[in-house]
Design a binder for this molecule. Structure first.
Ligand code: FEC
Length: 308
């Protein structure tokens, strides 16, 4: 019989209905409910992008494409797909429990965000570990903590970068690569997150022949503690002050169209740039790009072959 391998594809998660925005926000805040003002502000951001985010649908579709790529590359394995979310259903701990109930003994886990950090991909695997600790049967999960330099991923990003550059026929824009910000205390433990952003950006710039590029963080949490910077809004203001009139932002820390891209960049940042006299564009997100599924499948296959 073919060996059975579970493929646990983990995403951030988003509410599926408006009534779910409050419990979702409360979960992100580790159980502390937001104030009515904070909740209202988040509802308004969702309304500005059409009511809700399509992230759950996109994540599920990406996971299904990974499964198809694995089946095509390695038909000698019986791949079983499990998709789970960090902040909304299907919850990671429930899905891990279901894998065990289904008799899965070997699995590979991967997160739909390329770079690694104790506070990003690491936090997904903490949820996996908590679920594993409660199981009464063996389930081995190989962990892919980052896949930011997978060649198929970089190639796909290079293609989207070239397409973005073509929107500036007047000359090369300043390129700004972004990732979601994290609390700056991750630097105290030598977290790889900032280095992963830099490595991804450098590889994409090299592939697309970009000569002027910068790094920034976006969407920092609304908490008093310091977050990684520079914030992308400050970076664009700094470039504008230095005379730049054209900026291309590439949100390479994300793989889908979701709130942090469609609102924070396409609405908020574009408006701030316009006020500074800057023409700002954003490269498209990978979403259902076949290169993304292939990159993830390659990483999963390598991890599975190492474990079998
Ligand atoms: O489309 C959607 O509905 C979901 C969009 C979404 C993505 C996303 C990705 C990441 N986050 C990361 C870390 C944090 C930290 C906090 C935090 C807060 C929020 C809030 C919303 C939200 N995040 Fe998120 N994040 C998305 C949505 N995130 C909504 C709450 C309101 C706000 O602060 O804007 C702060 C928590 C706290 O207050 O204690 C930390 C990281 C990623 C990218 C990697 C990944 O996908 O895991 C890191 C998509």
């Amino acid at each position: 019989a073919r060996p059975v391998v579970g493929v646990l594809v983990m995403a951030y998660g988003t509410p599926n209905r408006k009534e779910e925005i409050l419990p979702y926000y409360t979960h992100i805040r580790r159980g502390r409910p937001p104030t009515p003002e904070q909740l209202q502000e988040l509802i308004e951001r969702y309304e500005a992008i059409g009511g809700l985010s399509q992230l759950n649908q996109i994540s599920r579709s990406q996971a299904e494409s990974v499964l198809r790529a694995l089946q095509a590359m390695a038909p000698d394995v019986d791949w079983r797909l499990y998709q789970a979310n960090k902040h909304w259903e299907p919850w990671i701990p429930d899905v891990v429990a279901r894998m065990a109930e289904d008799g899965i003994q070997q699995a590979v886990g991967i997160v739909l965000a390329p770079q690694g950090s104790k506070m990003s991909s690491g936090a997904y695997f903490e949820q996996v570990d908590q679920a594993l600790a409660r199981l009464d049967r063996p389930l081995q999960v190989e962990r892919i903590l980052s896949w930011h330099l997978e060649p198929e991923f970089i190639a796909a990003q290079v293609e989207l970068m070239r397409e973005g550059l073509a929107r500036f026929p007047g000359g090369e824009p300043e390129v700004v690569f972004t990732c979601h910000s994290l609390p700056a205390r991750i630097l105290e433990w030598g977290d790889p997150y900032p280095e992963h952003l830099r490595e991804m950006g450098e590889a994409i710039a090299r592939g697309a022949g970009v000569t002027r590029f910068h790094f920034a963080y976006q969407s920092a949490g609304r908490t008093p503690e310091p977050w990684l910077g520079p914030d992308v809004r400050d970076k664009v203001a700094e470039l504008a002050a230095a005379g730049a009139r054209a900026v291309l932002v590439a949100a390479i820390g994300f793989v889908s169209d979701h709130l942090e891209v469609l609102y924070d960049l396409d609405i908020e940042l574009k408006q701030a740039a316009a006020e500074l006299g800057v023409h700002l564009e954003r490269t498209r997100m990978l979403n259902d790009h076949p290169g993304l599924a292939q990159a993830l499948a390659n990483a999963v296959l390598r991890a599975a072959r190492g474990a079998l």
